[in-house]
Design a protein. Structure first.
Length: 160
């Protein structure tokens, strides 16, 4: 009859395996270790490590201050407003902002430029009739109309 083959495992020593890996690490990762030392030295020279050490030492005090500040009604409103504006700004096409932000310095330059003669009522009326002025006024009226529509409506009420 066949005899079973004895299978014996040598006991595993996790600490010895870790020591072996640690001893081989400098040779295997020399370049990465040197880069890490350079980063640590730069952080030390600029005082970042001292700031971090101080923050760790005062972590409870910092946390208490942050929580106390965040629990004020003003902070809650500010956070709500930021979330609201994130949604609003996310719905606006970047090209529209580009047009607005390009027009701002141009308009300020025109408004502050020295003119040979003062601006008169007839000159303003002539400029208002220009197609660009009419488009801008139509956009402003559209905005004001939508703004007025939303002024007195309670939250959740249907819009007409």
């Amino acid at each position: 009859m066949a005899r079973p083959i004895a299978l014996e495992f040598s006991p595993r020593d996790p600490a010895a395996e870790l020591r072996s890996r640690l001893e081989n690490a400098p040779a295997e990762h020399a370049e990465a270790l040197l880069a890490a030392y350079e980063v640590l030295q730069a952080l030390h020279e600029r005082g970042v490590l001292d700031v971090l050490r101080g923050a760790l030492g005062a972590k409870d005090q910092i946390l208490e201050t942050v929580v106390a500040t965040a629990n004020t009604p003003e902070a809650v409103r500010a956070i709500r407003n930021l979330l609201f504006w994130r949604r609003i700004l996310g719905s606006i096409e970047p090209e529209w902002f580009k047009g607005i932000f390009q027009a701002i310095p141009e308009g300020i330059a025109q408004a502050t430029a020295e003119r040979k003669k003062p601006v008169g009522l007839w000159g303003l009326l002539r400029r208002i009739r220009h197609k660009d002025s009419l488009r801008a006024m139509a956009a402003a009226v559209d905005f004001l109309e939508a703004f007025g529509r939303h002024l007195d409506l309670p939250e959740g009420a249907p819009r007409s």
